[in-house]
Every structure is written in C-alpha cells, then in structure tokens.
Design a binder for this molecule. Structure first.
Ligand SMILES: Nc1ncnc2c1ncn2[C@@H]1O[C@H](COP(=O)(O)OP(=O)(O)OP(=O)(O)O)[C@@H](O)[C@H]1O
Length: 348
C-alpha cells in the first residue's frame, strides 16, 4: 500500500473522493449546529459576536488539529455567522507572493479567506501575508534587481482563517498575527454518536442508539471517519438487513470492511500482529517491522503508527518499536513472562 493509496483507507483521516462529494451536505452550518469542541466553539462565539457588535470584521483565526476534525467546517461557519462570503485556498496552492497578492486584492470587504495547510505556503508569500494581516496592504514588487520598485496596494478588510495540523509548524511571526487560535481535539464517543445521529437524519438512514455507539467506537475520534463508516454500514443494512442500523448490523458490516471494534484496520493489525508474534513485542527497528508486514517504512511510520501510538498500543523508543500490554490484550494474545519481556517499554 503506498501512502497515496492509504488516503483511500476506510479509516484514513484524509478525505477520499466520495467524502468530498457528500461532505458538503453533512456540514453543520452554524456554531449552534457544530457538535463538540466546546472550548473552541465558545471562544469563537465570543470573537464573532464582539465583531458583529462592533460592525467590523472578525479577528484572524488559526485552527489547529488533525485532518477531519472540522477545521474547514468551522471556517465556513465563521463566514456564515458573519454574513460574509468565503474564499477557499490552501498553502500548497500559494507558491509565489504574486499568487497571494492576486487572491488578496480580489477579496470583497469583510470576506473570509480560508487558507488550509497554511504551514505549507511558500516563504515569500508568508512574508507578504504578515503585512496583509496587520495593515491590510501589501507591497507588490515590480521588476528585478536594482530597478525593482515596491508598489503599495491597499486591501479590503478581511478575516483570515488559517488551518494547520500543528500550530507549532508555523513561524512565530505568523502565529502571533492571529487574534484567536483554536486547538481542535479528537472527539469523544458521545460526541461522535451525536455526529452519527445528525448525519443519519440528513441521509435519511435509520440508526438506533446502540448502532450509533458501535460506529462511534470505531471512528478514531474523527467525524469524517464516523460519517464514512456510517455510509458503509448503511449499504450493509440495506443489502443484508432491513435497513435499520443496530449494534449487530454495524458490527457485522464493519467486520466485512475489516475495521475492528477499536477502529484498527487490516494494516494496523498487521503491524501490531508482526510486532507481537514475530518479535515478541519488541523492541524492533522500524525497517525490520516494515519488511515483516511487506509495506514501505514510511507507510508503517506515517499511516499505521500514529493511531497505534495514540491508542497506547505501540511505543516508539530509542531501541525500536515496542508493544504495550494493551496491544497483547487487544489481539487476544498473552504477553511473554519475565522481566525482559517488555524491554525498552519505559525508555523515553
Ligand atoms: N463538529 C462537527 N459536527 C458535525 N459534523 C462534523 C463536525 N466536524 C466535522 N464534521 C464533519 O466531518 C467532515 C469533515 O470535516 P472538515 O472537512 O471540516 O474537516 P477538516 O478538519 O477541515 O479536515 P481537513 O484538514 O482534512 O480539511 C465534514 O463533512 C463534517 O460534516
């Protein structure tokens, strides 16, 4: 499995082609409809209410968090709550300062500019953004060398909503220019159940409480994954059951798709299985582990491991990868006896 293919995993957090088509219909349209993220929601509500009361544009907003947690959705909500239009672009699409200048100069007064993956913007564009955010103007450089001149360009007032997987990836001068930074956390089961009930109603799918809980538990804390699993379970419920999603229907459906009760898929379990069965729980080097499961080193490290680490099933130590006691338990295996059995587990 290449990293590109892994984007199409049923439990992958990156959007697949079907997600892109249906997500628009499932997006909450107001802060009141947005589920979970209480702190970010309350803080953002204050920022937006205050801006509305002043009759001005809202402060620039930085949203950080893993893919699929609702950053794009919140950016759209910022625009909707301010009654403003929104322009959507991303860091990789802004490779030259000129790209940014043309976007900024074509914004309407009060418009929201959503810059996804803002940490991947090119350096010269980033520097142009500093002045645009602070003074609502940019200097467009015309010509090259000693004859180059800077032509100042006034911009309309706008609200920048930047999204990044980690705020720490941004240079401090950029980070400091945001008036508000919201950190998005993974969702708890109860919140994911609400996401599933809401989406099921919009998709006209019947799901009972236990069915929603069953899907939520396998959704890796991520609404995008919850919505995707819901669609696959709906298919199963239509074809193999009476259309209603119960706990049993959800469990059987997700067994077919090889997503286990904790949200691990085939790749995750292969990595964990090799670590336990072939290497006694480790420590074992990443390359050896990758060869054992027949995958690229990067696939194991970037696709499988982050979730296994987050779930407390695998630890990365200086001596190699080590399974935790929970990993043995999850795969229904008994850990070897003796003091060396979990060697390296507590290394930092
Ligand atoms: N709090 C929420 N309540 C209900 N649905 C949500 C919530 N957050 C996200 N979703 C759903 O999850 C899907 C993915 O959300 P969104 O595209 O906003 O994530 P993202 O963080 O921007 O992801 P990426 O970084 O990959 O662009 C949306 O279709 C939306 O319906």
């Amino acid at each position: 499995m290449s990293r590109e293919e892994s984007a199409e995993r049923l439990v992958g957090a990156a959007p697949d082609s079907e997600d892109t088509a249906v997500e628009a219909a499932l997006r909450p349209r107001s802060l009141g409809e947005f589920i979970g993220q209480e702190r970010v929601r309350e803080q953002l509500d204050l920022v937006l209410r205050a801006a509305r009361a002043r009759g001005g544009t809202a402060d620039h907003v930085l949203l950080s968090g893993a893919p699929g947690l609702g950053k794009t959705t919140l950016a759209m909500i910022v625009a909707a709550e301010m009654g403003a239009p929104i322009r959507i672009t991303s860091g990789p699409a802004v490779q030259h300062a000129g790209d940014l200048a043309s976007i900024l100069s074509s914004l309407q007064e009060g418009e929201v500019l959503f810059l996804d993956e803002i940490h991947r913007m090119a350096r010269p564009a980033e520097e142009m953004l500093y002045m645009a955010m602070e003074d609502y103007r940019v200097d467009v450089i015309v010509g090259k060398g000693p004859g180059a001149t800077a032509i100042p360009l006034e911009l309309p007032h706008f609200t920048l909503v930047g999204a990044t997987t980690r705020a720490g990836l941004l240079p401090p001068p950029l980070r400091d220019r945001f008036g508000f930074t919201g950190h998005m956390e993974y969702y708890g089961s109860a919140e994911l159940e609400r996401v599933i009930h809401r989406s099921a109603a919009l998709l006209d799918v019947s799901v009972d409480t236990a069915g929603a809980a069953e899907i939520a538990g396998r959704s890796r804390g991520t609404p995008r994954i919850a919505n995707r699993l819901l669609r696959r379970v709906r298919d199963y419920a239509q074809v193999r059951a009476d259309g209603t999603i119960t706990a049993a229907v959800a469990a059987r459906a997700l067994e077919v798709y090889e997503v286990d009760e904790r949200g691990l898929d085939r790749l995750d379990r292969a990595v964990l299985g090799a670590l336990l069965k072939l290497f006694g729980g480790g420590p074992v080097g990443l390359s050896t582990l990758a060869v054992a499961v027949g995958e690229e080193r990067e696939t194991v490290e970037e696709v499988a491991e982050p979730f296994l680490v987050r779930e407390g099933l695998l630890a990365r130590t200086p001596r190699g990868r080590v399974a935790t006691p929970a990993a043995w338990h999850h795969l229904g295996l008994r850990p070897p006896e003796g003091p060396s059995a979990q060697g390296g587990l507590f290394d930092t």
